[in-house]
Design a protein around this ligand. Structure first.
Ligand code: PLP
Ligand code: PMP
Length: 481
């Protein structure tokens, strides 16, 4: 039950999608005990050539379990979780491996629901399992997007997903960011000044609130509240793509005092937030498992889409998670210990990276790093205006909406110089949303603000050392040309 009727946000495609008729019949088999079914082609579980599934995993013991695990030796504690065909297991193999409904097995859903309640206390929301945030976000775009719709997004964002919505006819409207992420006042300005001649007013915001990809920024509590209020005022859905939530940093690299930022879903009294989480950064990208937290109506739509496309996530992951959170596994306190350890580890890596950056790159006076508070990226500002060939045609293009500098061209040349020196970086240009000049203020084209590289501290210390000294060298040589 939502407190506010948000059904008008549902796309025409989703409205036409009916629950799968076969799945409806399938559901009848569990209507009451002892139902006999001659209906479903469910492969008999005695034919599954799997008797037992076990996983040997880290044991989250000690103050810094991730540091201990990283130094893995024969004495590093591990534990074994798993399921047998008939149980006793939280999710026995014979059940896990059978078809189920699109939301996932109830055992796994229950474990995830408890997790979500512990971290977010969502007022009135339901869990749908997914194949990770790529799957989840693209499903959300199909749930809300009609051809010609406008969606708002951080002006630099995870472009793979934004691009996925373009063939669907979605038009992206970038919202200006600063070092603290999306600027609520800029979002308000777009919505207040929306010209109906452009088409329908944006009704969805896609945003990455923690350790944003690519800028590394984390939205402050104050900004989150303002953005949620704007969503209420202008009737927006917020798609909160938050894969780096559990990679928020403690205040020091040995601290366990991480205060997780309040998510949009935690403030969502209306049911207008669709929160998207993933195990890709918490366990491993190959998990291909995540979940959506949404109101019940959107959940039903997402289940119908899942039932008629990818189906429920794989049993191996659902067994893993059911057991991980079960009595033989980490349980929620162990999980909490592990993710706080992950936050410490990413902070250690980030500190190491930033120290090197100061020595090798900032010392050139040609670039600066914007320190993140979460995630795996450092947004690196290049002082492109110091380049001898930098041009800023302020006088000639007053009032014009297009670019007025040669920033883009110079950054392309710098990217090539890095490549020639043997270094690959991610240029800002590939993350930029939209290129329609009508969305920029006169004299504020995003093309003039492409002077950033996304750098990561995911690599080894050796990679960071070589990479940053190469960047320093490339900058010196490029700015001398
Ligand atoms: N969304 C964002 C913001 C990401 O950074 C990523 C991964 O890089 C994804 C989604 C995709 O995540 P998943 O592996 O859960 O599909
Ligand atoms: N196509 C056909 C013809 C089927 O019979 C089924 C399963 N009943 C499917 C697709 C769905 O298969 P899967 O479990 O591999 O998603």
């Amino acid at each position: 039950m939502t407190t506010v009727d948000l059904s008008h946000h549902i796309s025409a495609e989703a409205r036409l999608r009916k629950p799968t008729a076969m799945k409806e019949i399938w559901r009848l088999a569990s209507r009451k005990p002892n139902m006999v079914s001659l209906a479903n082609g469910d492969p008999p579980n005695i034919l599954y050539p799997i008797k037992r599934v076990t996983f040997e995993i880290a044991s989250p013991t000690g103050d810094d379990p991730v540091a201990a695990w990283k130094e893995e030796s024969s004495s590093t504690p591990t534990q074994v979780i798993g399921a047998t065909r008939d149980g006793p297991s939280v999710l026995p193999v014979k059940k896990a491996m059978q078809y189920t409904n699109g939301a996932g097995h109830v055992e796994t859903q229950k474990a995830i629901t408890e997790l979500v309640h512990a971290y977010h206390h969502p007022p009135n929301h339901v869990i749908t399992l997914t194949l990770g945030n790529g799957d989840a976000v693209t499903k959300c775009f199909r749930l809300f997007g009609n051809p010609g719709d406008h969606f708002l997004a951080d002006e630099f964002t995870f472009s793979a997903l934004v691009q996925a919505a373009i063939p669907q006819g979605i038009k992206w409207v970038p919202v200006r960011m600063d070092d603290g992420g999306l600027v609520p006042e800029q979002m308000e300005k777009i919505l207040v000044n929306w010209d109906a001649a452009r088409g329908p007013k944006p009704h969805v915001l896609y945003t990455i609130p923690c350790g944003q990809n690519p800028t590394g920024s984390t939205l402050s509590v104050e900004r989150r509240r303002k953005i949620y209020e704007l969503a209420q005022r202008f009737d927006l859905i917020i798609v909160e793509d938050d894969p780096y939530y559990f990679l928020q940093f403690p205040s020091s690299s040995s601290g366990t005092d991480t205060t997780y930022a309040p998510s949009f879903v935690s403030m969502d009294v209306d049911g207008r937030v669709v929160r998207v989480d993933s195990f890709s950064k918490v366990v491993a990208p190959g998990m291909r498992l995540g979940w959506i937290t949404s109101n019940a109506q959107f959940h039903e739509q997402l289940v119908a889409l899942t039932d008629s496309s990818s189906q429920h996530p794989h049993a191996f992951g659902q067994i893993f998670l059911s057991e991980l959170f079960g009595p033989e596994g980490w349980q929620p306190p162990g999980f909490d210990k592990w993710v706080r350890g992950l936050g410490m580890e990413y902070k250690r890596r980030c500190d190491f990276f930033l120290d090197l950056f100061t020595k090798e790159v900032a010392s050139t006076g040609l670039a600066e790093a914007i320190p993140p508070e979460a995630g795996m990226f450092v947004w690196t500002r290049i002082h492109i205006d110091k380049h001898p060939r930098y041009r800023n045609e302020v006088a000639g293009s007053e009032g014009a909406r297009g670019p007025r500098t040669n920033c883009k061209k110079l950054m392309e040349e710098l990217f090539d110089t890095c490549l020639d020196e043997g270094l690959v970086v991610m240029p800002a240009s590939i993350f930029k949303v939209g290129s329609d000049p009508q969305y920029s203020e006169p004299g504020d084209s995003i093309e003039d603000r492409l002077n950033y590289f996304r750098l990561t501290y995911c690599g080894t210390e050796e990679t960071m050392k070589t990479g940053l000294s190469t960047l320093g060298r490339a900058l010196r040589s490029f700015f001398a040309s």
